[in-house]
Design a protein around this ligand. Structure first.
Ligand SMILES: [Cu+2]
Length: 413
């Protein structure tokens, strides 16, 4: 055998070994790129609000919930597919929790749903802690053709030991199994069997002259001398063996588990929407600029109160970042610090706006979060638009929500 051939063979085997090793090595990721998702995706698709993480520390096997509301933004970008097939999910670094259940408008949603633009929905996700550590727990909506749209995240600590984790479920035939370890031996066994067969198959063909002699044989018209009668017999044995193993194991599996149902994958339509209090305030965005050095967005808004009680602007929310005017509204939900600008909203005149009155005000939303969460990247988009939610309160504490959607012009001085 020529040296060149031997080198080729050795490199091929080395490649095979490193690929195999890579399959079994999976390092843990500690963040999941929420800041790298395009700002327009976070500001103009799903607006998550009223979020509440029920716990900040939870023991393995204990549960917590993430609940709140989301508005499917009416000004959904043209470049993203509409949320006609969407799946309510949770953004966590791998299976550190299991999703024990999720609900939209009180209805269990183990499968995809169809969402309507402009509607608000209430949701809840029940999580059961599995792996100890500090994890960033996000709300998330997977949209077909749009990708995962990630919501705000909060750090949750899972304590205890993963070895204690159990996930018992009762099947439709009344048998209780632990999904965490169910049939795991069988999974390992079959992976090993097929891996061994595949490896033997590769070795059989590698154990002979490789590329150069073969190329010479093919180019001189002697290709059929490369495969011997013995090779054909071995090939046939592999083919027959595979068919026999598949048929026999399928037969024994059908005997052992006579009742099986396929994975369910339908689409739920007509989800119950959440009715926000009637909107009596209208807002017109006259002008919006983002001041790069000040990390602040300035909006000129004309606010008209068509209701019968005086209102004040208390909050501007976009991409999960909340800017509050503490004179009107303070957060008592323990919202994540990095997403909360408690004094981030200033209004040039925030005295109560009487019924029937209309006023033009300068509103500034400033916080480091514009840069930290890379929302300011919006100004480099070919369609620099921002969108968000404005929350108004009256003296009785009744809240109403108004959406804004307008072009944003950057200033660099
Ligand atoms: Cu995160």
């Amino acid at each position: 055998m020529k040296i060149k051939d031997r080198v080729l063979k050795l490199s091929f085997i080395a490649l095979l070994i490193s690929m195999t090793a890579a399959m079994f090595y999976a390092p843990t990721a500690s963040a999941h790129g929420e800041k790298s998702q395009a700002a327009f995706m976070r500001m103009r698709t799903i607006h998550w609000f009223d979020l509440h993480w029920s716990k900040e520390e939870v023991a393995v096997n204990d549960t917590m919930t993430l609940h709140g509301k989301f508005l499917v933004f009416a000004g959904w970008p043209e470049t993203v597919d509409k949320p006609e097939v969407s799946f309510l999910n949770i953004g966590i670094p791998g299976p550190v929790f299991i999703r024990a259940g999720s609900w939209i408008g009180g209805q269990l949603v183990p499968r995809s749903v169809s969402l309507e633009l402009g509607e608000t929905y209430e949701f809840k996700v029940l999580l059961k802690a599995r792996r100890p550590g500090d994890w960033h727990v996000h709300s998330m909506m997977n949209v077909q053709g749009g990708g995962p749209i990630i919501g705000p995240g909060k750090w949750v600590t899972v304590t205890g030991s993963m070895a204690d984790f159990v996930n018992p479920v009762t099947t439709l035939t009344g048998q209780t199994i632990d999904l965490e370890s169910y049939a795991l031996d069988n999974v390992y066994f079959w992976h090993a069997v097929w891996f061994a067969i595949a490896f033997a198959w590769l070795l059989f063909w590698i154990k002979r002259p490789l590329f150069v002699p073969r190329h010479i044989a093919v180019s001189t018209g002697k290709a059929n001398t490369l495969i011997s009668a013995g090779d054909k017999k071995v090939g046939l044995a592999f083919a027959l063996g595979t068919v026999v193993i598949v048929a026999a194991s399928m037969g024994s599996t059908n005997d052992k588990y006579p009742v099986t149902t396929p994975l369910q994958a339908g689409l739920l339509r007509g989800m119950k929407t959440f009715q926000m209090p009637e909107q009596t305030v209208s807002v017109k965005v006259e002008d919006a600029t983002y001041r790069v050095p000040g990390r602040a967005m300035n909006m000129t808004l004309t606010i008209t109160n068509n209701g019968d009680s005086a209102v004040r602007l208390g909050e501007f929310e976009t991409a999960g970042v909340r800017f509050l005017d503490p004179a009107v509204h303070e957060d008592d939900t323990n919202y994540p610090d990095d997403l909360l600008a408690e004094e981030g909203l200033t209004v040039s005149d925030n005295s109560p706006l009487a019924p029937g009155e209309s006023r033009t005000v300068e509103v500034t939303a400033s916080d480091a979060a514009w840069e930290v969460y890379r929302l300011a990247d919006l100004i480099y988009d070919p369609d620099s638009r921002f969108a968000g939610l404005l929350f108004f309160w009256d003296a009785k504490g009744t809240r109403q929500m108004v959406t804004v959607d307008a072009p944003l012009i950057p200033t660099f001085i």
